[in-house]
Design a protein around this ligand. Sequence first.
Ligand code: ZN
Length: 279
Amino acid sequence: MNFPESSENKKLIERLEKSVQDGRISHAYLFEASPNTDTMAFAKAFVKGILCPAELSPDGRGENCGRCELCSKIDHDNHEDILYIAKDGNSIKDEAIIAMQEHLKVKPVMDRNVTVIFDSGSMTLRAQNRLLKTLEEPLGNAVMILFAENMENLVDTIRSRCVKYRINSGTGKSSRKASNLRAKAADIVDMSLRGEPYYKIRSLIPMGKLSNEEAIKLLDEMELVYRNIIIDNSSEEVPLYDFDRLYDGIYTVEHTKNEIRSNVSVKYALGNLILKLDR
Ligand SMILES: [Zn+2]
């Protein structure tokens, strides 16, 4: 499949390709993607992967066809089986989901009806409830692909019915300093989950040099790292990490933020944090 930004999302793309090749296609996918992700390009690559006969044949599998009639129709947004839903003003309204239900009733020209919902987190509660009803019904071969900046904006009952993934996208406008903090946060979480010794993890953090504000930013990034691992973890057949440990990590990070906000010294608070995480 011809995905954009493939270097950053190598693992995710491999998983998607493998599941399509194995014929394990789910009814509903939820991709969490940051605002600078080209979700349309991503959606089209995935939909082609699911529908393109060349991609599915033993010879063409995994390759980017992009040449057959179906792929060309997808590129030109005129494939009958695919419905794209986007925000109308600030939100996705109930009417859009009603249209989606109508779309799903029509027999597809090819094998499947596909619906792609961009900014699904902006669905009104009413729209979400309607979508949930659809997800609860037998969907035949239909596939729903949801994108959201933050999947927490969707009701839990929708999230739990979707196969969830996260799309990484370039740091874009964010400064080098911010991406340094992000990399540090990832290292700290990773090393503490692997049970590396305290002094080794501590040496990653320039304790004396971090302002309160920077320390909070580092903690925010750590929280994001944990959240992302939780998302990845729930799409693994055998989870890599113990969920309790991950949620404990988030709790500990939150607690440390509060300490720093109430003027506990950064050095003390972060030192304590590492001790707690590195049990
Ligand atoms: Zn094709």
